[in-house]
Design a protein around this ligand. Structure first.
Ligand SMILES: *Cc1c(COP(=O)(O)O)cnc(C)c1O
Length: 369
């Protein structure tokens, strides 16, 4: 039982995190390492609390997108190895100072990193080589293997700890053939590069849906983000997982509306009949963006669904509570382990990832262990 919510709160349930970690780990072989993705404030939750828990329950690696995110974790005392997926050269010195490990994804990035590593007198500094096998955002191409080998053999400042790639559509069963092609390409690349390096780095390609749908691509490590936070990108997997974050709020005020009266900015909602609305202290500055306005989004009050009416304001939303037995001060649930963020996100035309990562720092975090 959680206490009564008296303001907007994002509850972070660490036992749910442990449950999800265990479930995903059970899906991969004994010797396969678990990298947990904690970028974007641990998918909009609380990066330090999540990383500490993951460290305690046996995660092998963490990953963030940017150097600043890794610095934040190091300053909070996180000691697990941290892969930085998308670093920029301007931050390479800080990256080394904080013992973070870069993804090297292009000739420019590799050369700039080696230069900084040499200048810092590093030996065998751990780096990760990222290949593009079809998503076409960052990564070396298959044809770059010789170049990478040549450049790396000229220096002892860095050592390749892993070779990895990213799947573009692992959650999409209609793209199975494309995904299998990506896996095939990754295998070919590693079979080409490993003999040239003369040692075998950790190989990894799967994100959460890759773990769940492509056991043939688990290799030596898998990278889970959304899964450890409790979402499996399809109903069958969602049922096995427990959402870590629950967004709760409270009814600030109740209004009785007469036919023809409007609600909110630009009078975007007009009452057709006598009705009742409730105002809730959450708005687009909290991460409930305007796409949820005008009946696209909804909340739950005393077990009943109440649609958001009119435009989302910066600090509030108004919902239709006609016929719902409720009072000012009552609890409002936007999403939790029973009311999935996936439903509200998909109803508004987006995905759970965007809704949960967008909950802004203004919403108080409450850690439940
Ligand atoms: C964000 C990210 C992940 C995590 O993906 P999920 O679908 O959330 O599991 C894995 N790998 C890379 C390279 C990423 O950028």
């Amino acid at each position: 039982m959680s206490d009564v919510v008296a303001e907007s709160v994002l509850e972070i349930n660490l036992s749910h995190l442990a449950h999800n970690f265990k479930y995903l780990k059970s899906k991969v072989g004994q010797g396969v390492k678990m990298l947990c993705v904690v970028k974007a404030n641990s998918y909009g939750s609380e990066d330090v609390a999540i990383a500490k828990k993951l460290q305690e329950i046996g995660a092998d690696y963490l990953a963030v997108a940017y150097v600043s995110e890794g610095v934040h974790l190091r300053e909070a005392g996180i000691t697990l190895p941290i892969l930085v997926l998308h670093p920029q050269p301007v931050n390479f010195e800080a990256l080394i100072r904080y013992n973070l490990e870069p993804s090297l994804y292009s000739a420019r990035i590799l050369r700039e990193f080696v230069e900084v590593a040499e200048r810092s007198n590093k030996k065998d500094y751990p780096v990760h080589i990222k290949f593009n096998t079809g998503i076409n955002r960052i990564g070396f191409w298959e044809a770059d293997v010789d170049f990478i080998h040549r450049d790396l053999s000229k220096t002892t400042s860095v050592k390749v700890v892993s070779i990895f790639s990213h799947l573009a559509a692992s959650e999409d069963h209609n793209e199975r053939e494309f995904t299998l092609q990506q896996i095939h390409t990754f295998k070919k690349i590693t079979e080409d590069l490993i003999p040239k390096l003369g040692y075998r780095p950790i190989l990894h390609q799967c994100n959460t849906s890759g773990i769940l749908n492509y056991s043939e691509a688990h290799f030596d490590m898998v990278r889970s983000g959304i899964g450890i936070y409790g979402y499996g990108n399809e109903e069958g997997f969602d049922a096995k997982l427990k959402p870590v974050a629950a967004l709760k709020s409270v009814i600030s005020q109740i209004h009785k509306l007469e036919p023809g009266e409007s609600v909110g900015y630009n009078r975007a909602f007009k009452a057709q009949d006598y009705m009742t609305s409730a105002t809730i202290p959450l708005g687009h500055a909290d991460g409930i963006t305007r796409i949820y306005g005008n009946q696209k989004g909804f909340v739950y009050i005393n077990g009943h669904r109440a649609n958001i009416i009119g435009n989302v304001c910066m600090d509030m939303i108004m919902v239709d509570i006609t016929g719902i037995d409720c009072n000012e001060g009552d609890e409002v649930i936007i999403f939790d382990h029973k009311h999935s963020a996936t439903h509200i996100a998909e109803n508004a035309g987006t995905i759970s990832y965007e809704l949960i990562t967008g909950i802004s720092p203004r919403v108080k975090r409450k850690i439940i262990d």
